[in-house]
Design a protein around this ligand. Structure first.
Ligand SMILES: Cc1cc2nc3c(=O)[nH]c(=O)nc-3n(C[C@H](O)[C@H](O)[C@H](O)COP(=O)(O)O)c2cc1C
Length: 356
């Protein structure tokens, strides 16, 4: 089972990387990833001065994370004088350095960060006009490949990417957090975290479909553009879905904030088993397989494999038409069933087939 990914002259032992955020904002956290099984490392966004972040700033539920973080709270000097030189001494994998935010910042930061970066990643919160100056200025300062991180709020994202490429960007990271949203504390009768009218930014499994759509659409328009997917990954299956949608590499942050940092190694360990289950030889071959956009499911009535059914009754409870019932075994009433597929998608033992 081949997990390796070669991209723009770098070799990643597998496609999973951390995403920019608090988990990669200090030497000890970067060292954790250096010793873990992820294929590469990404830093928190580095700017000239450290961000002043109003606390509290991160809250999670089971399916999403709210945050009001900005960029690294440590200044540029701390990064290039201490953190990155120390990390470099033992570095075992490619390093993506995230830099922000303006052309003036880059004049100072890129020359001192250059020797540590295999790729640069630049997050963008600007319109296309500002983007031109931004990408041109960073690409003038470095020969290292520059990846532009896409905000999900960019409506004309293909035009945005076209502009970035024409100014020298070599790839795209899709996507950043979604929002604004609000997170409410009933206890305090106030937003739990929030800036500027109580706004916070949303990430984690809840945003995965949006990230998948962007990755698939960008891949269909740019067959050879390096794409790093980001947004909502929590399992080895998710990583493979993003590769099938067209990603070369896949970043993850929020699921580790929700469930713990051990998920990185768990996912890398599980990748070969999931690849085996779906008959995938290598990440490279999956990446080259086109994702079909016409559903291939049969759309028939649900068939119950009684040898797999554990009579948990989930399909009975969730069927919106109340077409399933338990009478010693699960039975479907075809006069009610609308062949929607919900029961098959939620059966915990994969005992239902024939619809999806
Ligand atoms: C607490 C927190 C801090 C973040 N800080 C940064 C950052 O400094 N720079 C950046 O480009 N993205 C930042 N992000 C966005 C993530 O890198 C990522 O794009 C987003 O969370 C979606 O991925 P996920 O669902 O796997 O978390 C941050 C996200 C969170 C939750």
């Amino acid at each position: 089972m081949k997990l390796e990914v070669k991209l723009l002259g770098q070799t990643f032992s597998n496609p999973l990387l951390p995403a920019s955020g608090p988990s990669v904002g200090s030497l000890h956290s970067l060292e954790f990833f250096n010793d873990s099984k992820v294929g590469g490392i990404v830093t928190k966004t580095i700017s000239i001065t450290g961000a002043k972040v109003k606390k509290p700033c991160i809250v999670a539920s089971n399916h999403l994370v709210y945050n009001t973080e900005l960029w690294s709270e440590l200044p540029l000097t701390e990064w290039y004088k201490y953190i990155l030189p120390e990390l470099k001494k033992t570095l075992k994998k490619p390093l993506i350095v995230c830099a922000g935010y303006t052309s003036e910042d880059f004049e100072q930061s890129i020359p001192v960060l250059e020797e540590y970066a295999d790729f640069f990643e630049v997050s963008t919160h600007y319109g296309k006009d500002a983007l031109k100056d931004l990408v041109t200025s960073i690409c003038r300062l470095t020969d290292k490949p520059v990846f532009i991180k896409l905000s999900p709020h960019e409506q004309d994202y293909l035009g945005f990417i076209e502009t970035a490429i024409s100014c020298g960007a070599k790839g795209v990271v899709a996507i950043n957090s979604v929002g604004p949203g609000i997170c409410v504390s009933l206890k305090n009768r106030a937003v739990t975290i929030g800036v500027n009218e109580g706004h916070s930014w949303i990430s984690g499994p809840a945003i995965k479909p949006i990230a998948l759509q962007r990755v698939m659409s960008i891949r269909r328009h740019y067959p050879d553009l390096p794409i790093i997917a980001c947004g909502g990954v929590s399992t080895a299956e998710d990583v493979l879905e993003f590769i099938l949608a067209g990603a070369d590499l896949v970043q993850m942050l929020s699921s580790a904030l929700i469930n713990g940092r051990q998920v990185y190694d768990q996912i890398v360990d599980e990748l070969p088993f999931v690849m085996n289950k779906y008959k995938i030889d290598s990440i490279e071959s999956l990446r080259k397989t086109p994702l079909e956009i016409i559903p291939k499911g049969k759309g028939g009535f649900p068939k119950i494999d009684q040898s797999k059914c554990v009579l948990c009754n989930k399909c009975v409870k969730i069927c919106p038409e109340m077409a399933m019932s338990l009478d010693k075994v699960i039975i479907t009433d075809p006069s009610r069933c609308i062949r929607c597929g919900l029961c098959e998608s939620r059966c915990p033992t994969e005992a239902i087939n024939g619809v999806l």
